[in-house]
Design a protein around this ligand. Structure first.
Ligand SMILES: NC(=O)c1ccc[n+]([C@@H]2O[C@H](COP(=O)([O-])OP(=O)(O)OC[C@H]3O[C@@H](n4cnc5c(N)ncnc54)[C@H](O)[C@@H]3O)[C@@H](O)[C@H]2O)c1
Length: 321
């Protein structure tokens, strides 16, 4: 019984990755075959399917990890994490979950002897300092937040366990996801969804950064497709350094609001106000707004066409009125 483990399988991206893997299995288009999926998360996995087991527990618990990762584990999607805002507020939690938890999971994979494909979700928060307008593939990381630091350490750890042959790594630096449905979360970039989602739902929203702030964005559907593609691509095609800047769209906050007006109308735009928040601006303002993604695109990763389509995707899927 081949299994795939998804840490953070109760979360936003994790549950969608699980749904997409099952969809491919149903269509017979999966590249890596599996029989079952295990979600490991503090919370329940929302995907209801007999092939999915929802395990409630922490990635900080080595006992659970060693029990779950076995010689039959063909893949691990490691998505469980404390997000950017939460990491800045609770340093110890960020270190223990995002750093110690990642190492513990890698150790469990190593002990299993399975050499599973290991997809790790990193973030553009690993960058900071002085950056060129378009970030090249080999720019050194210089994080300016606890979240960025633990993600950067995670990248190195996962890459090294892969170099040693303990796992087969695919490290994805995801763009900021927008438009994320549901309630705001603890990510400093939560506004990147809120300023579209709330007005489309008739609610007010606040922009906490300057309007000319460039954002590197991906729709949820494209991000999930890229994570599954990262899992499916041949490891040899990725080379020795397994870190990828996942394709995204560059749009300023001003352009995001223009898309909101075009898709949702002036009444939606009128619900957005501007109120600078220095804490959020310090974190988000240190992130790059554009990347050279020629290699990932050549490897078959994809980006959204434009932000109007991303806003329309959210409207069509989630606005019923
Ligand atoms: N959404 C984005 O914009 C974005 C951008 C870049 C990277 N990422 C990364 O993608 C991954 C998934 O993000 P998301 O948006 O789905 O976030 P999310 O908060 O919806 O999901 C994270 C999940 O991790 C779980 N979790 C937290 N601590 C845990 C622990 N100790 N043990 C087990 N589970 C734990 C949470 O319960 C949650 O369900 C994260 O690693 C995040 O850092 C997200």
């Amino acid at each position: 019984m081949k299994n795939i483990i998804v840490t953070g399988g109760g979360g936003f991206l994790g549950s969608r990755v699980i749904a997409r893997l099952l969809e491919a299995k149903d269509l017979g288009t999966q590249v890596v075959d599996f029989d079952s999926i295990i979600s490991l998360d503090l919370g329940p996995c929302p995907v209801q399917d007999p092939r999915v087991t929802s395990v409630r527990g922490s990635i900080g618990d080595p006992e659970i990890l060693h029990e779950l990762v076995t010689a039959e584990t063909v893949g691990i999607f490691h998505l469980a994490a404390v997000l950017s805002g939460g990491s800045e507020e609770d340093f110890d939690l960020a270190m223990s979950v995002n750093m110690d938890g990642t190492r513990a999971l890698l150790e469990a994979a190593r002990a299993s002897g399975a050499v599973p494909r290991f997809v790790f979700t990193s973030s553009l928060a690993v960058f900071g300092g002085t950056m060129p307008d378009v970030v090249p593939e080999n720019l050194a990381t210089q994080p300016e937040s606890t979240y960025g630091v633990v993600k950067s350490i995670g990248e190195l750890l996962v890459n090294e366990y892969s170099r040693k042959g303990f796992v087969d790594a695919r490290i994805c630096r995801l763009p900021t996801i927008s438009v994320r449905p549901g309630a705001p979360n603890s990510a400093a970039s939560s506004f990147a969804s809120g300023i579209i989602r709330e007005p489309l739902n008739g609610q007010p929203s606040v922009v906490p950064v300057p309007l000319d702030t460039p954002m590197w964005l991906s729709s949820p559907n494209t991000a999930v497709a890229n994570l599954v593609h990262a899992f499916e691509v041949e490891g040899t095609a990725l080379g020795g350094w397994r870190v990828l800047n996942v394709p995204g769209l560059t749009v300023t906050v001003q352009q995001m609001l223009e898309s909101l007006t075009r898709v949702g109308g002036q009444q939606a735009r009128d619900l957005v106000s501007i109120e600078l928040d220095e804490r959020i601006n310090a974190i988000v303002g240190s992130w790059p707004g554009a990347f050279d993604v020629s290699r990932p695109l050549a490897l078959g990763f994809t980006a959204d066409n434009n932000f109007d389509e991303v806003v329309a995707q959210y409207r069509d899927e989630f606005i019923t009125r």
